[in-house]
Design a protein around this ligand. Structure first.
Ligand code: S3P
Length: 748
């Protein structure tokens, strides 16, 4: 809740002296019931054209009294219009002469454009204290008898205040809905009507239509007699109030027509696929729909990259101390998981993946390919089957591709989408929307692609299709595997050779995996190249555990006295082992055994025991090899004896957060002073980690690093904004608990 709204609720006076509810049906009645129940209104009065509903409302104790619109509006400081949307104009006309100057007027209708029009028609201009609203909490039931004081709890309420709206009125209304247990969102009127046309209006139309169709079939009695399960679930909403819905469709005509046309076209395609016995087309649509449904369920339950929408931040609370023991396997490698889906989708044949990371970032990559027509089964327990469509088989997505928090996703997609025949748009969450994309857009433009960015090279990115790309040689100014991989993917489509020179070795998973898919990558010292025009052939991929996730537990077992931890099947690609090299230089006790090569990637088991670390000057050539591990290395440095100095790591400032500054701020919050430099940090070890509260800035690796710090803290550590841990390390809290970290996850 916004702080202003909270303050309003904290005051001892009721929020409103008199609430006038016009229209005492399910929603109006529930507003009245919730207002009385919460004690936020001095009195609640109602008006309705149906006297029996008013009498019932009074009998049920939902309202304090009733009267005509003129009577109840007089002296009211909140007027809630809860009539069918087409009745708004006459209601407003009747109320207008009696409204007090300071009254807030709102509505609860399902279409906002029509309410705005009605207000303008009746008032001429926009009165600043009229705030359109819509609680998404209806049901197929109607009438005041169905009203409930808790109808809005855990539901969303959308407010669509115009620019000239009175801010205090918006706060007051937000406070009221929040007190009813709802989550309040604001949106533009047109966005609201488009979204509702698709998510509510179309499903109601289909339900009405389906029941009507079946009722008209010859054996209708038989059909309804045996109708259970699917029919009952699917058509529940066809029992809704016909007048209300007739009003909604007529009021939201344009948006509804657009979505009906879209649906009709898709239904026709499914019909055709059945007629043609085209099982592959059916499987493609059904797997995509099933995945999208799961995706939306996760969104609705408030996980990771939609936390902004759901406003359900996760907080970690850690008790100090403990030791780390056990024998565990952390989830699959994020970099390899992304690439397995990308190359699998672009290959011919079915690629089977095991050990796939079911984290938000790599799932966003799966979803993106589904949006482009690729059938992907799973993931289920880390297994994925990708029905590759070949380098030229992707279909245009229907809308922007949303990549959540994933920088790797965005940069790699940029390369492969630059070469497609169709236009695309890539977007991401707040953190991704701040990250620099010119590093890929500029070389891709040199290859002939057309890419538009927002100011400063930030996402969203608009990528124009239909451009022929030509190979280039590119000298990367920064050591970035994402840039290298992006250009190699574009190079698969380009005329001639694309070669990339890296100033320092960066992770080479793309090169290794391309070879695994039968695509030759030429390596000559620090330069890698591909020649466009080849093909990828499906293969089997075993994704090792992510060394970047293992890193948290390596540091945990090192700094906590009495620890002894085995980590299984960890990816040991030499372009990723900087964390082990640096920790060993600091004196860590890490034993590497069971070394083997699986599907072109080295893996091993690790045994880590506690050790007293000493501060070091981190060798600069190790920086790209440990690029994601510095947040947790800063915790190791804090627990070491002596000074640790990091230089040449300015890249850390443009990761999911500015990892130098955010770590320094977090360390200060738990009692540790550091010196921040433009390209690194100086940490004097041996300081006490006192505990305290800090913010991860939505950065998964910051959150997990401070969870590890708790092992050496003297007090409780509270870490805010941790939902994004699910982007790379699903199950972190459970695994951390299993090995001995005293962590609890709380939803605020
Ligand atoms: C990644 C490369 C690195 C790393 C990121 C994953 C990849 O980024 O930080 O987490 O999968 O290619 P840069 O290449 O930009 O350093």
């Amino acid at each position: 809740m916004v702080p202003e709204a909270q303050t309003l609720l904290d005051s001892s006076r009721p929020l409103f002296n008199r609430i006038a509810v016009i229209g005492l049906g399910l929603i109006g009645g529930s507003v009245a019931a919730a207002a009385r129940h919460s004690g936020l209104a001095g009195e609640v009065l109602a008006a309705d054209s149906r006297p029996e509903e008013l009498a019932l409302g009074a009998d049920l104790g939902i309202i304090d009294g009733y009267g005509s619109i003129a009577e109840i509006v007089t002296g009211a400081d909140l007027v809630v219009i809860a009539v069918p949307v087409r009745a708004t104009v006459p209601v407003l006309e009747e109320a207008k002469p009696h409204l007090s100057a300071d009254a807030i007027v709102t509505d609860v209708g399902s279409t906002k454009g029509s309410f705005v029009q009605a207000v303008q028609e009746v008032f001429g201009t926009w009165p600043p204290r009229v705030i359109p609203g819509h609680p998404i909490a209806g049901s197929e039931k109607s009438g005041v008898r169905a009203a409930r004081a808790d109808l809005f709890a855990d539901h969303k309420v959308i407010l669509t205040p115009p620019d000239q709206a009175d801010a205090e009125a918006v706060d007051r209304l937000t406070a009221l809905w929040s007190a009813f247990g709802a989550t309040v969102l604001t949106m533009a009127v047109t966005d609201h009507d488009e979204v509702l046309a698709a998510t509510s209006h179309l499903p109601h139309l289909i339900a009405f239509s389906l029941v009507d169709t079946l009722a008209g079939e010859e054996q209708n009695m038989e059909i309804f007699r045996y109708a259970a399960g699917g029919f009952r679930d699917f058509t529940r909403i066809a029992a809704s109030d016909p007048v209300m819905w007739h009003d909604i469709f007529l009021s939201n005509r344009e948006a509804v027509l657009r979505v009906i046309d879209h649906f009709t076209e898709d239904l026709a395609n499914l019909r055709q696929a059945i007629e043609d016995q085209d099982g592959a087309a059916l499987l493609r649509v059904f797997t995509r729909a099933q995945a999208a449904r799961n995706h939306f369920s996760r969104m609705l339950s408030g996980q990771a990259y939609v936390t902004d929408m759901t406003q359900k931040p996760v907080r970690f609370r850690l008790q100090p101390g403990g030791k780390v023991t056990g024998d565990v396997r952390v989830p699959g490698d994020k970099s390899i998981s992304h690439r397995s889906i990308m190359l699998g989708a672009l290959a011919h044949g079915i690629t089977e993946v095991e050990g796939f990371l079911e984290g938000e970032d790599s799932l966003a990559t799966v979803q993106a390919f589904r949006d482009m027509g690729v059938t992907i089964e799973g993931p289920e327990n880390g297994r994925v089957r990708i029905h590759g469509v070949g380098l030229h088989g992707l279909q245009p997505p229907r809308g922007p591709i949303y990549l959540g928090n994933s920088g790797t996703g965005m940069r790699l997609f940029c390369g492969l989408l630059a070469a497609q025949a169709f236009d695309t748009e890539l977007s991401g969450d707040d953190s991704l929307s701040r990250r620099p994309m010119n590093r890929v857009a500029e070389p891709l433009r040199a290859m002939g692609s057309v890419i538009e960015t927002e100011e400063g090279g930030r996402p969203p990115l608009k990528i124009r299709g239909g451009n022929r790309l030509s190979g280039i040689h590119y000298d990367m100014p920064v050591a970035s595997a994402q840039v290298k991989s992006c250009l190699l993917l574009a190079g698969l489509y380009a005329d001639g050779m694309t070669s990339v020179h890296e100033p320092a070795p960066t992770r080479d998973h793309t090169e290794r995996m391309l070879e695994g898919f039968g695509y030759h990558v030429h390596r000559d010292g620090a330069t890698v190249s591909v020649i466009g025009g080849g093909e990828l052939t499906a293969c089997h991929i075993d994704v090792p555990s992510d060394i970047s996730s293992a890193a948290f537990l390596m540091v945990a077992a090192t700094i906590a006295e009495g620890s002894d931890l085995t980590l299984r099947h960890v990816g040991m690609n030499p372009t990723r082992t900087g964390i082990i090299n640096i920790l060993k230089l600091m004196g860590a006790d890490i034993e590497v055994f069971n070394e083997q090569e699986i599907g072109g990637e080295p893996v091993a088991d690790l045994r880590v025991r506690s050790a007293q670390l000493r501060g070091i000057e981190i060798p600069e050539e190790q920086v790209p090899l440990a690029i994601d591990e510095f947040p947790v290395l800063f915790i190791a440095a804090t627990c070491a004896e002596g000074r640790t100095v990091l230089r040449g790591a300015e890249e850390l400032r443009v990761k999911e957060s500015d990892r130098i500054q955010v770590m320094a701020d977090g360390l200060r919050a738990v009692g540790v002073e550091t010196t921040v430099t433009p390209d690194g940090i100086i940490i004097d070890g041996g300081q006490t980690i006192t505990g305290g509260e800090l913010d991860s800035h939505s950065d998964h690796r910051i959150a997990m690093s401070f969870a590890v710090a708790s092992l050496r803290a003297t007090g409780e550590i509270v870490i805010n904004d941790c939902a994004n841990v699910a982007t790379s390390f699903p199950g972190f809290v459970e695994l951390a608990t299993e090995v001995g970290i005293r962590i609890r996850s709380e939803e605020k």
